[in-house]
Design a protein. Structure first.
Length: 453
């Protein structure tokens, strides 16, 4: 590593750079994940049958991409450069992600099979490019911040500003797309311009994580290790495996983000109504993301995961019973579920970061790349399952652009946003009730209070 790359940067500067970079990255990701189905149905002219094909493409792509995440993590761990093993991928992935994000919202006006083929190819390339930027970014958080307490605060801030990015995207993108349509109605070309502009801005900000961070220097082994050896370290980490299993079982937490914009079109006839729904869940996530590090200083992470999952399940169940006719009451419950989602996301990343330190102490291997690849792996699986399940409910309901929306159609889609997450949250609590703990947590030390030896 060169002298330039070893230049000392204060933890405060690095924290600000990482949080700002995460904000830009999350704005791009949120735009794609929140509005892609709305764009395809409302502006690209994809039919219900076409939506089924799109859902399959997204789901299969996410599963394949998720399977490749451990490979990407292993490549990261085996990389040696003057910038370290993580930062080079942040530098060279930003532009491809920006370009491909814009192309996803640039489906040509051709026959539907050609539209689906264009979208499928672009989406697969986008997924691969996003993996290259996302895996090292989360690994960098674990590597750059040696003190677990500071690292937990950084994770909380990244999650909080990620939620703010979600809010700005959810609230602002429909208006920006309308503005760039240069007319009284929002058009597909307006969405194309809006996504290209924001994607280049977002990924430009993401580059701060390259320029203003430094990776930790460690004597732990990773030189000369094969992919097989790195993967084997994952299976020796019981706490990491517990977090991964619980995360996949808790995929229902992501359904509101995956299908909320389309649901408000079905329920209220106006995609702009999603601004209120989005604001409610985002406000909850921001508050809990900032406060979860304080909670983790006082309570073991496993306990936090269990009680927050059961509380979330109860909230989703009551939300279904209340219904969506009273929008104000619905917003209250969505805000409360947003609180629980923020707690889950901060605790999830914190436990994985702690498991990397734990593995380094026990096994003598520092595997930031492949360990945090497991975080992106489960996030993609969760998103894929959320899109798949919501898409199935939309197809069952028979909704497509131009059809007369019936109460039965609305109730069917509402089930996907309430009952499915409720069951999913209950299932996600079970592994933490029976799974393993890190060596430090087994001694009763809350994750965020673990100190370096």
């Amino acid at each position: 590593m060169s002298q330039a790359s070893r230049t000392t940067l204060s933890p405060r500067i690095q924290a600000r750079a990482v949080v700002t970079a995460g904000f830009g990255q999350n704005f791009v990701l949120t735009t794609v994940s929140t509005f892609i189905l709305v764009y395809l149905l409302q502006y690209a002219g994809i039919s219900t049958g076409g939506l089924a094909a799109v859902t399959v493409i997204i789901t299969v792509s996410k599963f394949v991409d998720a399977v490749l995440d451990p490979l990407m993590g292993s490549i990261v761990d085996m990389t040696r450069s003057r910038w370290g093993k993580l930062r080079p991928y942040i530098l060279f992935s930003a532009a491809p992600v920006a370009v491909l994000s814009g192309l996803l919202f640039s489906v040509p006006d051709v026959e539907e099979p050609a539209k689906i083929a264009f979208f499928g190819i672009t989406y697969i390339l986008w997924s691969l490019a996003y993996t290259v930027c996302d895996v090292p970014f989360w690994g960098l958080i674990g590597s750059a911040f040696v003190d677990p307490d500071r690292r937990t605060r950084v994770i909380g801030s990244v999650r909080a500003f990620g939620s703010i990015a979600l809010g700005l995207s959810t609230l602002g993108m429909p208006w920006l797309a309308k503005l760039l349509s240069f007319g009284p109605e929002t058009t597909g070309s307006g969405w194309t311009l809006a996504v290209f502009v924001t994607s280049f801005l977002g990924m430009g900000v993401f580059l701060l994580a390259f320029f203003f961070t430094r990776e930790r220097e460690t004597a732990a082994a990773s030189d000369g290790l094969s992919v097989r050896q790195l993967v084997s370290t994952l299976f020796k980490n019981k706490m990491l495996l517990t977090v991964l299993l619980a995360s996949v079982l808790g995929f229902g937490r992501f359904i509101v983000q995956a299908g909320g914009a389309l649901f408000v079109v079905i329920a209220y006839g106006d995609e702009g109504a999603f601004t209120l729904v989005g604001a409610a869940i985002i406000l909850g996530m921001v508050i809990s993301s900032f406060t979860s590090p304080l909670l983790l200083r006082r309570m073991p992470a496993r306990r936090v995961m269990v009680w927050s999952s059961f509380v979330a399940a109860a909230l989703y169940l009551v939300m279904y019973l209340v219904g969506f006719e009273n929008l104000l009451l619905l917003l209250v419950f969505i805000f409360l579920t947003g609180l629980m989602l923020g707690v889950f996301l901060v605790t999830q990343a914190t436990m994985i970061a702690d498991s990397v330190d734990d593995a380094e102490r026990r096994l003598g291997v520092r595997n930031d790349g492949i360990s945090f690849a497991s975080l992106t792996f489960v996030s993609k699986i969760m998103n894929a399952l959320a899109v798949l399940v919501f898409g199935v409910f939309v197809v069952i309901a028979g909704y497509e652009r131009g059809v007369d929306v019936t109460p039965e159609m609305q109730q069917t889609v509402f089930l996907a946003l309430t009952i499915v997450p409720a069951v999913s949250c209950v299932l996600s609590a079970l592994p933490f009730m029976v799974g393993g703990r890190s060596s430090r947590e087994a001694q009763g030390v809350p994750v965020a209070q673990v100190t370096q030896p």
